[in-house]
Design a protein around this ligand. Structure first.
Ligand code: GCU
Length: 412
């Protein structure tokens, strides 16, 4: 079932209208300037960015793209499910923590799977990211709790059979050996990924109006990431000032939106996030705005649909989402065989965020042209690489991310 879903996603471009793979058909476009206020005043200093332009852009994304994140605070309760200090042949301590979004047993809950490296003294930096199919699919470890959320999401039940099926995307040993903790949760625990009129997941916690600025699923996944951060702030083994937020594809879109809103994330990584993530909508290359709003009507705010085939009238483009992460380091990466996510549009978006980093006194992106395949640019505050292969997360990607994080955390 999971495999079928994945195959369906990968074959989508060939079957459906609303995409373009022809660079010659990319229209001429002008990007909105991140350094000009809505009233036309240029932003010339860091204080004006911080006090005026940044809030303005944040609000535009909330109103027009992802929907407003509810301000109401939910009382969160945690339950320790288990701790094992001998995981991964003694390399790690594995913890599983259930995070209840509300006081009673019927509240939605997210299971956090945490691996802490045993061989490191003091607080450790961590990589935090959501997974697609349940924590038990991230590693072939029989102790990982099997998610119950699939039942609600797909009418089928997750089972032992799925253990470790996504492990190639989670090279836990390699990450632990480099001194980082690994933290993950299943995105469906936060909000099951289907169009149900927003009646499940954490949507049930917040009263919903008919307004077109109500949040969609991407907004809830971003919210869930911030709640994971709340927990990491209390984990005494983790250095919460060094949490690297990463995400692949739809989860990469959510990671960028979470990193834009929540400045506690020290570094943000977008892996193949494409349309509604790192890629510029105005290029209309790969998946278009109309396509994503049709295939996934529950991901964005209702307002975003008014930009179907009208990308030029968007008051933002995705380079401004990347710019919202400034001055914190951000990393964008693409794959050659992932035209659906528009690698060039992802690179150009990272490049167009560069002036904001420079204004804030940071080195931004060190390359000005789309770099050759597997020649990563990690030296600036905006990192980028394009690798061989498909829409996926590989050891190659992880290696660059850790090199980038090492550099910015001044490890070694
Ligand atoms: C689909 C969708 C993309 C998304 C991807 C994924 O292909 O069109 O926007 O990024 O699924 O999440 O794998």
């Amino acid at each position: 079932m999971r495999t079928l879903l994945l195959i369906a996603c990968l074959t989508l471009p060939a079957q459906q209208p609303g995409f373009n793979y022809d660079e010659a058909k990319v229209p001429a476009y002008t990007l909105p300037d991140p350094l000009v206020l809505a009233d036309g005043t240029p932003v010339k200093d860091a204080a004006t960015w911080r006090k005026k332009r940044r809030p303005e852009i944040l609000e535009l994304f909330a109103e027009q793209v992802y929907g407003q994140t509810p301000k109401t605070k939910i009382k969160i309760r945690t339950e320790s499910l288990e701790i094992d200090k001998t995981a991964h042949n003694g390399l790690a301590t594995r913890k599983q923590v259930r995070v209840w979004f509300g006081p009673n047993a019927a509240a939605p809950a997210m299971d956090l799977l945490i691996y802490l490296p045993n061989n490191v003294k003091g607080r450790v930096p961590a990589f935090l990211g959501l997974n697609f199919n349940g924590n038990h699919t991230a590693q072939p470890d029989p102790e990982i709790r099997v998610t119950k959320s699939w039942v609600r999401a797909k009418g089928n039940v997750a089972s032992d059979k799925d253990r470790g099926e996504g492990a190639s995307r989670w090279p836990v040993d390699m990450i632990l050996k480099r001194g980082y903790a690994v933290v993950t949760a299943y995105y469906g625990d936060i909000d099951p990924d289907f169009d149900d009129g927003f009646k499940n997941g954490v949507h049930t916690l917040f009263p919903r109006s008919e307004k077109p600025n109500e949040w969609g699923s991407l907004g809830t996944w971003a919210w869930g990431l911030s709640r994971a951060m709340d927990i990491l702030e209390k984990e005494k083994e983790i250095d919460s000032a060094k949490v690297v937020l990463h995400g692949h594809s739809r989860i990469g879109k959510a990671a960028l939106w979470a990193g834009a809103q929540d400045e506690r994330f020290a570094i943000v990584i977008s892996n193949d996030s494409g349309e509604g993530g790192a890629a510029l909508a105005r290029r209309k290359f790969g998946e278009t705005t109309a396509r994503i709003n049709t295939s996934f009507p529950h991901w964005f705010a209702g307002n975003f649909k008014q930009y179907n085939d009208k990308e030029d009238s968007l008051p933002v483009d995705q380079h401004m989402l990347i710019a919202l992460i400034a001055p914190r380091p951000v990393y964008v990466n693409s794959a050659v065989e992932d035209a659906w996510a528009d690698p060039k549009g992802e690179f150009l978006s990272a490049l167009a965020a560069d002036p904001v980093y420079r204004l804030l006194g940071m080195p931004g992106l060190l390359v000005k042209e789309h770099p050759p395949v597997e020649i990563p640019s990690i030296g600036g505050t905006i990192g980028y690489h394009i690798r061989k292969g498909k829409h996926d997360v590989t050891d190659y990607d992880w290696t660059q991310w850790m090199n980038f994080a090492d550099l910015h955390f001044k490890k070694k």
